[in-house]
Design a protein around this ligand. Structure first.
Ligand SMILES: Nc1ncnc2c1ncn2[C@@H]1O[C@H](COP(=O)(O)OP(=O)(O)OP(=O)(O)O)[C@@H](O)[C@H]1O
Length: 328
């Protein structure tokens, strides 16, 4: 497993993530009284990626994010954020978490809210935070309680970015934004992430939008990980075959049929490739990210595919990695 790549000396006193894992989970599980919300989840999210977290309602996305931010404790397994336990000072200082609820003090003005951000965060970047607020013409002297839902979202984004996190976790944060503002904030998100090497984990049901921003992917269904890896790696492992997709799923050995596509979009059969397509077979094209995601959302029992970039070793490797990070 690759634990290399942590570089120091970015002027902040913090390790600058280059190739290390931003998040690493091994055998991670969370059980509530009603049953398992997340079970035996193992993956590695390399630093610097913008990762989409996708799954049907109730799949376990918020639970995974809660585990990564120490809001929820695991029942089994472990998770590390840049090699540190969630909840440790290092992990907390390096992580921003934005949920749909966006708890802000309603009686504070926008300026006071940003001031609070500055006081609590040693890496605070006032220019970035103010820039995000001003781009939406949100008055700095307005009380948060008087803002529209979308304007409050913008202020919450400003707080999250102003913290200058190494890991930004966004739990469906843009649901209440109009399409133009969504696009604008997403452009800000990708530009900021690219400029500062920020790792982003963003959950969303907007598949087309994820295609626009993500280069990494985690798909969860029924509490289990179904897909993990680079978008390019995952797309290359599948093909959309030009065969009629209206009848029962055809057998296409050795490839595994994920879905016979019907209705909207390109028709055909989505397969997970097991070896090259033979000559004389049906025409094959890589699926788009949206086609891939829809296929797995419609086939939640498909066996998991964890691409090489997302694989972890055993729990011992994670703990050894922690020790190396501490002694480095
Ligand atoms: N505090 C809790 N107590 C009991 N069960 C819970 C609790 N929180 C979540 N669950 C259950 O765990 C499962 C996963 O929930 P989670 O919120 O992680 O799903 P999600 O993928 O984020 O869903 P959505 O897309 O609807 O936001 C669900 O079945 C949910 O009912």
């Amino acid at each position: 497993m690759d634990h290399a790549g942590t570089q120091h000396g970015n002027g902040t006193g913090f390790a600058h993530p280059v190739r290390e894992a931003a998040i690493e989970a091994q055998g991670l599980g969370k059980r509530y009284r009603r049953g398992w919300a997340l079970r035996d989840v193992s993956f590695r999210l390399p630093a610097g990626r913008v990762c989409g977290l996708v799954g049907p309602n109730g799949a376990g996305k918020s639970t995974l994010m809660g585990l990564a931010t120490h809001m929820i404790r695991p029942t089994t397994g472990a998770l590390r954020v840049f090699g540190a336990a969630p909840g440790s000072t290092d992990a907390v200082l390096r992580t921003s978490f934005l949920t749909q609820e966006k708890p802000l003090f309603r009686r504070f003005t926008v300026a006071e809210t940003l001031r609070l951000g500055r006081e609590f965060n040693p890496r605070w970047d006032q220019e970035v935070a103010e820039g995000i607020v001003r781009a939406g013409q949100v008055p700095m002297h307005a009380k948060v309680g008087t803002l529209s839902g979308g304007q409050r979202t913008r202020v919450a984004f400003a707080l999250a970015f102003g913290k200058r996190p190494d890991l930004l976790i966004l739990d469906e944060p843009m649901a209440d934004l109009d399409p133009l503002v969504r696009r604008e904030l997403m452009t800000t998100l990708t530009a900021e992430a690219a400029q500062h090497g920020t790792t982003v984990l963003v959950s969303s049901h907007m598949l087309a939008e994820l295609e626009y921003i993500c280069d990494y992917l985690l798909v969860i269904a029924n509490g289990g990980l179904r897909l993990a890896g680079e978008v390019d790696e995952l797309r290359a492992a599948h093909a959309l075959l030009d065969v009629p997709g209206t009848g029962p799923s055809p057998a296409l050995p050795p490839h595994r049929v994920i879905e016979s596509r019907r209705g909207e979009g390109r028709p055909g059969v989505l397969v997970r490739l097991d070896g090259p397509m033979g000559y004389g077979g049906p025409a094959a094209e890589p699926p788009t990210l949206e086609e891939l995601l829809l296929g797995y959302l419609r086939a939640p029992d498909a066996p998991p595919l964890i691409a090489p970039s997302a694989r972890v070793g055993d729990i011992h490797d994670i703990i050894t990695g922690d020790r190396k990070a501490v002694t480095a």
